[in-house]
Design a protein around this ligand. Sequence first.
Ligand code: 13P
Length: 339
Amino acid sequence: MSTEEELQRTIDDIVDPTRGILAADESLPTIGKRFAQIGVENTEENRRAYRALLLTTPGLGDYLSGVILFEETLGQKDDAGKPLPQDAAGQGIVPGVKVDKGKGPLSGSPGDLITCGLDGLADRLSGYKEQGARFAKWREVYPIGPHNPTPLGRKANAEMLARYAAVCQELGVVPIVEPEVLMDGDHDIERCAEVTGHVLHAVFHALHQHHVTLEHMILKPNMVLPGKDCRRAPPEEVAEATLRVLKRSVPAAVPSINFLSGGQSPEEATENLNAINQARGNAPWQLSISYGRALQQPALHAWRGKPENVPAAQQALLKRARLNSLAREGRYDPAMEKE
Ligand code: 13P
């Protein structure tokens, strides 16, 4: 199979009109924060048990077509000794892997951040592929401030995303390109719209310059939302602003846009996705999810590290996955939360 065919096959397997992607790729410090909320120690065994719970949830493949794993998970096994990526693949869920190495300050550009991990990326990707990963994810983070992100910050971050995506495609791995404009702050929804538009324009300019094939990537953006410390916006307003910004900046060649949840509650993230799909009009892409917290939070709290809670936790995950699948078609209703 040529690299091109390999990329297309992965896109065909992931891009789906009703299913989405689960982000279960929390780094060691981040999963540590999640476990601390439920009083579970951040050990390799607890991480294995938790991720095995997620990936062996019966029926999950009805609602999910992809899962982003942390590199450690690629080498871990379920209780029966089966590699976790195979558990996902066996349910029709394509395994992928987060390949960036986290963020830090962008020197010379106060308030902007930059993600590292390009050194040795091709070698690491080849290893991940052997472990079953068929797509990858890289996240750049943009805090909103009075003067941030700066033009330099936008340019440097876009360059990283494009260089990562080009390496992935050369190796037959589909890149998820994730520019995340953060919700932190008291900015209003229009400020988020302005920043997200600038960021996406810079990202697609860099992708073009680095010869990334848009047909063989997935965009994982933030929804356009007011800052956490601003008044909440109704779903119709979020949908209007999000679609306006995306339609002005994302080429039609991109097959799928899979939103991150970014600190929205699980219910809010589903309601907003539903409103976006109801208002999609002539949008040329799939409008789906790649949620981390908004899919996992209820499952994590149902589990609390106890083996006897595994079925309840799996039901909680399945419920969020199912409701988001309905939201893909604009058929979600908040009343369904009580069912
Ligand atoms: P959230 O949906 O919790 O924002 O996580 C998605 C993700 O993968 C961030 O990189």
